[in-house]
Design a protein around this ligand. Sequence first.
Ligand SMILES: *Cc1c(COP(=O)(O)O)cnc(C)c1O
Length: 397
Amino acid sequence: MGELDPARKYGLKTRLVRGGLKRSANGETSEALYLTSGFAYDDPETAEARFKGEDPGYTYSRFANPTVAMFEERIAMIEGAPVARATATGMAAVTTTMLCHLRQGDHVVAARAMFGGCRYVIEDVLPRYGIESTLVDGVSLDAWAAAIRPNTKVLFLETPANPTLEVIDLKGVAAIARKAGARLIVDNVFATPILQRPMEFGADIVIYSATKHIDGQGRCLGGVILCDRKFLEDHLQSFMRNTGPTLSPFNAWVMTKALETLDLRVRAMCEHAAAVADALARLPKVARVLYPGRADHPQAALARAQMTLGGSLVSFHLDGGKDMAFRFARALRLIDISNNLGDAKSLITHPATTTHFRLTPEARQELGITDGMMRLSVGLEDPGDLIDDLAQALKAL
Ligand SMILES: *Cc1c(COP(=O)(O)O)cnc(C)c1O
């Protein structure tokens, strides 16, 4: 009772609340938390059959766990992906997706505007194992096409990108990947599956840091890899089972419960972010606002075509440098200084000295990360209070 019928199609909200639900004999209404590392067998024959894959039951939580499986099935149903695997963090998802199938002599092309950790994996880790990488201006389809080599196996991007919120043409890059016989992997953290489903535009694999909007309440780290069954069976399954980037059942339980409200939270955050972006654009000392939902965003039409709303992140340039940015951040009374994002609490960060401090000044300049740039993750507070806080802090300058 209460579980979804696999033969039926359900609306998004129903999938968010009930997808993957498997009740135990107790009939609990909330998803059960199986906080167990191992599983006991009735007899040694059963153990043998499970290890041979002839019995579908569980063996060990590094391989699979019923609570983690509920989370995986739910997020796969939300994304419209054949399968999902959950990982301990978003970075574990990125690293696992790359290393499970790439080998020495392969080549990766990635958009240069991306999360710091992803850039480290692609620029520093992969080349150590003989996997070459090229970073391109992701907005230019010509740049993607020009970077393709005969050994290119992966095209990797995030859109909207961190922290510049530039938008990349998913359909365009997917076509280049297809022609090159390479996989398109999309880090869809900023858009969430509520606003954008990259597989509908031709992406082969979608990755999330579930730490962000999926948990959305600042509690747990987690990650997700969504792919087709063939990639899972040929590459991902064995690699994950034997290297162990597994998500804890407790964190999976938190994430599963959080998915129930993902649609409500993300829509409210987007509504608040749009109001905050418009208000910021009218405030003094703000030189430029970057928000994919605003008509003045450089790729506003593309954002509208790929995303149903503008997202919960707003970046802006103050008309000063680091000193002004720091004085502004110090003057905020409600919005927290934190590099996390997608939280119910609004959080602001100075990318040049935090998330992107490892980049050279030239690399930051190339990306448009100025010393006066701030990235604001808009939460669930009253937008009027957020705008008042930003306005009083700007006035204090
Ligand atoms: C946070 C983040 C990650 C990494 O996720 P963790 O859960 O922190 O490991 C990857 N990509 C993007 C775009 C992110 O925002």
